[in-house]
Design a protein. Structure first.
Length: 406
């Protein structure tokens, strides 16, 4: 299996096939669907010799909904497949993997998403003829759903109310963005386009309605006895429970950081920074989104660490050398988007980077590409690698790589 949740098969000819909804080792009958960039894409017609890891997907929308790709795979096998995908990505870039790659799964790999984006499906027959759902597999056309097994129960339990919200909105509303906050007592709701959803029409019944109250401005999330204000436009980890494991791996990778000057690159709203600032000398947060940076400043004040958290609004490639020239850096935490780090970031780290770098990645291919520069061709050693399953039932995988300058 490769990143994306498809399996590789080879026909009698030299052609390579990507087969959806399969498991490595199975014998299946597949139908060719289309050819792109020299590779055929196929879908299963029937499974002739199933894998012992094949299970019946519990969601009635599989395989039509494109949200989950691995519900047909037993969860333990999902974790081992993700480990194999990460190891293969490193091997292809010539990066030697640690002897032990730790894999952190979830005890209950369902109902974990505290944030979701639902497409508006008009003419569905729901409230006011408006449904909410997700794009179909291999399509930009949405399918309406009445439930979603990977979303927080407070969100899916309010889908009927949310359909009413969408029906009352302007006809230009395309998506509804929902975040479960206040320990499930509040849902933060926004629309796209933003003007299509009037704030005064979201929850007209107010306290007379059972279930979470609806908000359009802010909500609050809690992590390790700290409170964080969140807006719809600001990035957060959607699996708040597993985020504790992810950031725990980052903290372990940093080691002793009391009094240290840390850089939290791609810092978002400062969830990790506010925690680290309790012991660090200073945490410099670099964030390109000005709204996220403003929210991060607010969160530093809320958590009483504003004297040790400094925000710089701008790109990491521009700000990182400037930060280092103003007092040195003991360690850098990288948590870039799926595209990975800009080449100027990895080049600067390879030339004059600090002793310790902790790289959080949501894409094995771009992680391996950047580690090739920093480790295979650069001055760092890959001390440890953790895989944290932030998105069970899907192909997405998160990694934490601890690097030390040799």
């Amino acid at each position: 299996m490769v990143h994306g949740g498809v399996c590789i098969a080879h026909a009698a000819s030299p052609e390579t096939l990507f087969v959806e909804n399969a498991i490595p080792g199975e014998l299946v009958e597949a139908r060719l669907r289309f050819r792109g960039r020299g590779t055929w894409f196929a879908e299963i017609v029937r499974v002739i010799e199933p894998s012992p890891d094949r299970v019946t997907a519990p969601c009635p929308y599989v395989p039509h909904c494109g949200g989950c790709q691995l519900q047909h795979v037993a969860y333990a096998r999902q974790l081992s497949l993700k480990r194999e995908i990460v190891a293969d990505a490193l091997r292809r870039q010539g990066v030697a993997a640690p002897d032990a790659i730790r894999v952190h799964g979830m005890h209950e790999p369902w109902g974990y998403r505290v944030r979701g984006e639902f497409h508006v499906v008009r003419g569905d027959g729901g409230a006011g003829g408006v449904g909410l759902g997700f794009n179909r597999a291999r399509s930009w056309i949405p399918i309406a759903v009445d439930d979603c097994l990977i979303h927080d129960r407070h969100i899916t339990g309010a889908l009927s109310r949310l359909r009413t919200v969408a029906a009352r909105a302007d006809a230009t509303l395309r998506t509804l963005h929902v975040t479960a906050g206040e320990d499930g007592r509040e849902l933060l709701v926004s629309g796209r386009p933003h003007k299509a959803l009037a704030s005064d029409g979201v929850d007209p019944d107010g306290a007379d309605t059972e279930g979470p109250r609806l908000s359009t401005e802010w909500t609050t999330l809690r992590w390790r006895d700290r409170l964080y204000r969140v807006r719809s436009a600001t990035f957060i980890q959607t699996n708040w429970e597993q985020m504790d494991v992810l950031y725990g791996c980052v903290i372990d990778a940093l080691g002793e950081y009391t009094g240290a000057r840390l850089v939290d690159a791609y810092a978002g709203i400062g969830v990790l920074a506010c925690y680290l600032a309790a012991e660090a000398g200073e945490v410099v947060c670099i964030e390109s989104s000005r709204e996220s940076a403003r929210t991060g400043v607010l969160n530093a004040r809320v958590n009483g660490v504003s004297d040790r958290v400094l925000y710089m609004a701008g790109s990491v490639e521009s700000a990182l050398p400037s930060v280092a020239s103003q007092g040195g850096v003991d360690a850098v935490i990288l948590d870039p988007p799926r595209a990975g780090c800009d080449g100027r970031v990895t080049a600067w780290l390879a030339l004059v980077g600090p002793r310790d770098v902790v790289y959080v990645s949501c894409d094995p291919a771009t992680l391996a590409r950047d580690l090739r520069i920093l480790v295979a061709s650069g001055p760092y050693e890959l001390r440890s690698l953790d895989i944290v399953d932030m998105f069970p039932q899907t192909y997405h995988v998160e990694c934490v790589a601890a690097l030390r300058r040799a």
